[in-house]
Design a binder for this molecule. Structure first.
Ligand SMILES: Cc1cc2nc3c(=O)[nH]c(=O)nc-3n(C[C@H](O)[C@H](O)[C@H](O)COP(=O)(O)O)c2cc1C
Length: 323
């Protein structure tokens, strides 16, 4: 392990789970941390009371560290309740965390910041964050980056020096973990690979679709903009995206099938075409017409293992590749 910081986290593997929206429930975060990686909760859109409950649920299943994430394109409405609940690692993406740093520091928590270019890395150093997450454009979900990971990572590593950099975007094999580590990354962060695990809250049809997908089906678009307009995201091709493109990518209000209800949740919440929600285990309907976030590494995802087996396998593959 590269740094004192990562040693303090007591990780068995330098593998972080990405905060993958509502697919990353407490079961997934706890499973990753229990198995020796770094679990994550995505709290951007979570109310303070729910954030406290989710954190307690992770704690009830796991006594190891885990991280919580806030996308700063939105106000971090549950940051205070997360810190009050004793969270020790907070990551910020899509924005400048400076307004929140003193609060996080006062609570004794570490800060990570997603960076996607050299200017962002310089800003992270200026702010004195504890680690950076270097996202490449191959990433699944909302993609802040515009550069391939293997191109931007060396540039960011050069800027951050001794500050640990965690590589993210399109990583789903031990071989690509080995590549990131041998380039100088302190660890890796995987999103799509953990969506296709037993413990994720993704619906089985979505997990299965990930196991069949080819890399060129995971495309960057602004199609599924409900909830977060015009932020680029990488998703698997499906009928919603294909039809929207066939109509010339019209703006909101003029899109084909815009009012269609594509799915409902168990509690009766309606999900319309173009919303940015992904198929969860509690949803039913035409789930494969929904937003299917996926990184370019989906091509190498061929199974739906449990997290402990996955981490052990990834690390064994990584060690073999490093020899
Ligand atoms: C389903 C899904 C949801 C995501 N939600 C978030 C989020 O809430 N906050 C965030 O910073 N990144 C989010 N991301 C992006 C991840 O942080 C990370 O950059 C990405 O998963 C890495 O690429 P990979 O999916 O190819 O491993 C999400 C990614 C996926 C696949």
């Amino acid at each position: 392990m590269k740094s004192e910081f990562l040693q303090q986290l007591e990780l068995k593997y330098p593998i972080f789970q990405a905060p993958t929206g509502s697919l990353a429930g407490p079961e997934l975060a706890a499973a990753v941390s229990n198995a020796g990686g770094m679990g994550a909760l995505a709290l951007t859109w979570t109310n303070p009371e729910d954030a406290t409950r989710l954190i307690q649920e992770v704690r009830s299943q796991c006594d190891r560290l885990f991280q919580v994430n806030f996308v700063l394109a939105f106000p971090p409405k549950s940051l205070t309740s997360a810190l009050d609940a004793g969270v020790k690692i907070v990551t910020f993406s899509w924005g400048d965390p400076s307004p929140y740093l003193s609060q996080v520091r006062a609570a004794g928590a570490y800060v990570g910041m997603q960076v996607t270019n050299v200017a962002g890395a310089r800003r992270a150093i200026e702010l004195g964050v504890d680690f950076v997450i270097c996202q490449g454009v191959e990433a699944g979900g909302h993609v802040q980056s515009t550069s391939p990971l293997w191109k931007i990572l060396p540039q960011i590593l050069q800027v951050v020096g001794d500050i640990p950099a965690i590589a993210a975007g399109g990583i789903s094999t031990g071989k690509s973990i080995a590549q990131a580590l041998s380039m100088g990354a302190a660890g890796v962060l995987l999103g799509t690979r953990f969506v296709a695990t037993q413990e994720s809250r993704a619906h089985l049809v979505y997990k299965q679709r990930l196991t069949e997908a080819k890399a060129d089906e995971a495309v960057l678009t602004v199609c599924f903009d409900g909830g977060w307009a015009y932020a680029a995201h990488r998703v698997l091709r499906n009928s919603t995206l294909d039809t929207w493109e066939a109509f010339g990518c019209p703006p909101s209000g003029k899109r084909p099938g815009e009012g269609d209800v594509v799915a409902t949740t168990a509690s009766g919440q309606i999900i319309r075409r173009y919303e940015d929600l992904t198929p969860r285990v509690d949803m039913s309907g035409n789930l494969l017409d929904m937003c299917l976030y996926a990184g370019k590494g989906c091509e190498e995802i061929n199974d739906i293992p449990n997290v402990a087996d996955l981490l052990a396998r990834l690390w064994a593959e990584c060690e073999t590749a490093l020899i």
